[in-house]
Design a protein around this ligand. Sequence first.
Ligand code: NDP
Length: 402
Amino acid sequence: MSKVLVIGAGGVGSVAVHKMAMNADIFPDITLASRRKFKCDAVAESVLARTGVTINTAEVDADHIDATAALIRDIGATHVVNLALPYQDLTIMEACLSTGAHYMDTANYEPRDEAKFEYHWQWAYHDRFKDAGLMALLGSGFDPGVTSVFTTWLKKHHFDRIDTLDILDCNGGDHGQHFATNFNPEINIREVTAVARHWENGDWVETPPMSVKQQFDFEAVGEKTMYLMYHEEIESLKTHLPEIKRIRFWMTFGEAYITHLNVLQNVGMTRIDPVIYEGREIIPLQFLKAVLPEPSSLGETTKGKTNIGVIATGLAKDGTEKTLYLYNICDHEDAFAETGNQAVSYTTGVPAMIGAAMMVTNTWVGDGVFNMEQMDPDPFMEMLNQHGLPWQVKELDGPLEF
Ligand code: NDP
């Protein structure tokens, strides 16, 4: 019998654990552990009230391999679902290797002192996981995660060859706050302020952060400004689907968000190098996180929808050139009603549950470290439809004009 240990009791962890409890036949034994146990207990209370399922809770500092390994051993976890922060990826992978547990996460490892989003640290674990007969599944959120599954599903069912791929992430939700981020503020701001990179003709093309923008009319949301950004799935997709000549990632931001971010950047509050304050070192971005609203607190007030998907152009199976748009629309208020969390946590937590389900049921198997696009997309796509993230596909007249 599988025993799942989820690490991280933020918005994403909360949704994933609620959805696991709603699928107790797949997840008969769930433990939620995090840096502060009271957050796990609050999630456990909500899970019990909403689903009638009791989950176990524990405290762990996953920065420490030994402490994490001891917890895995203690509860006999067969699978560890890492929904803490990207900083903990490698320590949790080490703990899995030392205890013989399978591993899954939703975000690639990042060193604390450098905002670098690269898979090489985690890909370097492939042989160790392979030799141990264990599976590590990387990036089972929405983006990365569902966007890669969307791409392989299009390839499997519609295209002989994909030439260009655009990933479009639109959050049309309004949380009523002057400035807040929809997932961990530190990770979000590191991502948004990084140099934009996309993949074109076998090379990275760099542009200054938030310097390239376009308008796009998103179904159920309306016209929004979206910005070219770097996102980690570009690296794994260009590696595993090398035929794709151009891969770009776009994310929408409102004017208020951009204005606040510019000011915070201009005054140095987004810095990740230490500064001395009253005799001790602090990291300005970490201090900023402490004064911003917690993403998990935004659910109650957030209204509107998200629309995230991929647009692929290439040689279709019928021999013609086609452009297909595959996307999901998720409603913030519906997500909150079901799990007590807003749609950004929901659209990440549901695929985290599904990725874990793929592993626990041995639907996706493999020894080593894998990205989502290396797996058969069909069973995952089916579960998206069944568990709250229905998708649709439509043909566009042609590729994006920009
Ligand atoms: P939150 O900040 O809300 O939650 C993170 C949780 O991890 C907190 O409960 C935190 O504890 C806990 N944590 C932090 N450090 C440690 C540690 N050393 N040991 C144990 N627990 C720890 O973040 P989110 O829920 O919004 O995001 C979770 C993850 O999901 C992040 O890695 C994020 O990058 C990723 N993500 C992925 C997306 C995708 O589509 N692929 C989209 C959105 C997010 P405490 O509360 O005590 O600080």
